[in-house]
Design a protein around this ligand. Sequence first.
Ligand code: ZN
Length: 299
Amino acid sequence: MTNKLYGGIEGGGTKFICAVGTGPDDIRAQTRVETTTPAETMRQVIDFFKAQEPVAAIGFPCFGPLDPNPNSPTYGHILPTPKPHWSNADVVGMLRAELNVPVAFDTDVNGSALGEWTWGAAQGLNTFIYLTIGTGIGGGAFVEGKLLHGLLHPEMGHIPMPHDFAKDPFEGNCPFHNDCFEGLAAGPAMEKRWGQRAETLPLNHPAWDLEADYIASALTAYAHILSPERIILGGGIGQLEHLLPRIQQKTREKINGYIQSSKIIDEIEQYIVNPGLGSKSGVLGAIALAKNISESKVS
Ligand code: ZN
């Protein structure tokens, strides 16, 4: 059992990271493949695994939207997406055609959530959320000991936002909803609103107070809906050191004592946290998905 090797594919919009190993202290091989077309990218992914020692399973958290339901006819496909070439690509089918191993396919954020539960900031928890805020916004939910999928998968970045046009006249940039959470608060929205990239905005710029306010509104909604024991904030914006305290404070203010838990009232710094695995939560999440499918098959 303990010497089983696992494969992981962190499928991102700009790159796929492939790895073989058993956990955070034991990654034996890793490579980066550019996200171009499904045929080109998956070819290199498959060739990487063919050149490695055999693995017991492959975990494949991927950008979405995607179909993670093994009973669905389009299981393992990327669903229609504005991203050129990838709509309806049967990425799991491509893997299975050449690699004879079980594949665990899920959203990128569910993968990161499982990685954090296995080795990071969510160890021992039953219900928590992993949220990434960067180029896009997405959330994975682990509820009562299981990853949540539901109809397709949660889309926590696309919830409606309180939007005061007097304070923030930017109309939003989500092609589906304009001023949803992602349309107001992801990196591209910040860049469009302020005319410069988020990471170049000075710490005392009003952008950050507005950003913390939007994020806190979303976290307040999640806290009331799912009653998570912790919320983990990842992604380029989610992991900004100066932003986290503002988000913690504003979320506590918005909840306003209604959720009667000391975790929020007295210990907000442990309630809203950054990933324990840092920037490795993606690739380790992939390994965790593989480990999980492999072990549940045995038991
Ligand atoms: Zn949207």
